[in-house]
Design a protein around this ligand. Sequence first.
Ligand SMILES: [Zn+2]
Length: 228
Amino acid sequence: MEELVNTQLDHTEGEQESPYSQPIGALEPSGLSLDKLHARPSRDEAEAAVRTLLRWAGDNPDREGLLDTPKRVVKAYEEYFQGYKQNVDELLGRVFSEVENYNDIVLVRDINFTSHCEHHVAPFLGKAHIAYYPSNGVIGLSKLARLVDVFAYRLQTQETMTAQIAQALVAHLKPRGVAVMLEAEHMCMSMRGIRKQGSMTVTVQFAGLFENNAEQQARFYTLLRGAR
Ligand SMILES: [Zn+2]
């Protein structure tokens, strides 16, 4: 994982094959990833698909309680996946405020997020913790939370999401170092499959001066634990 951000920093168009190393631009809805083959279906088509799944579950989509369900599910999808409509460049484009005389670590912890795993479209819920060493300025704390949401409100793996947050900060904030940690419970593990409740998955991505630097990483973990 640690190599990832470096790879992305060196990114040149067309070289990457792993989904982990796609440039952010390629993940944007305006990018080439949504070609004609993947053209967005109409709302009616989406609602019909929900009806099919309700029948697949074994129920009757024409019974009273389920009549409006396809409409509601499609609307909920617009919320769950609103991140595809959001643009990181816009969000982080002009957020830097010069803060004179502050160049030490900034850590924001316990940023709640809800996302959906791309394998089962099951929710995973947790917290993001982000630390960085500013160089060109600092980013508003609410923007950090919104950055997490841009990626959370998409179909995700926790690993990819962790890397994307770090990568976006490296690209836009040009900090001296970034550390991102995500802790989440995956409903696809607690409600199905092995059905283990309460287990947390932790992912970490370091870039810049956190990378391969045990002292800086220890500082990050110490600040995370502080005042808990
Ligand atoms: Zn899953």
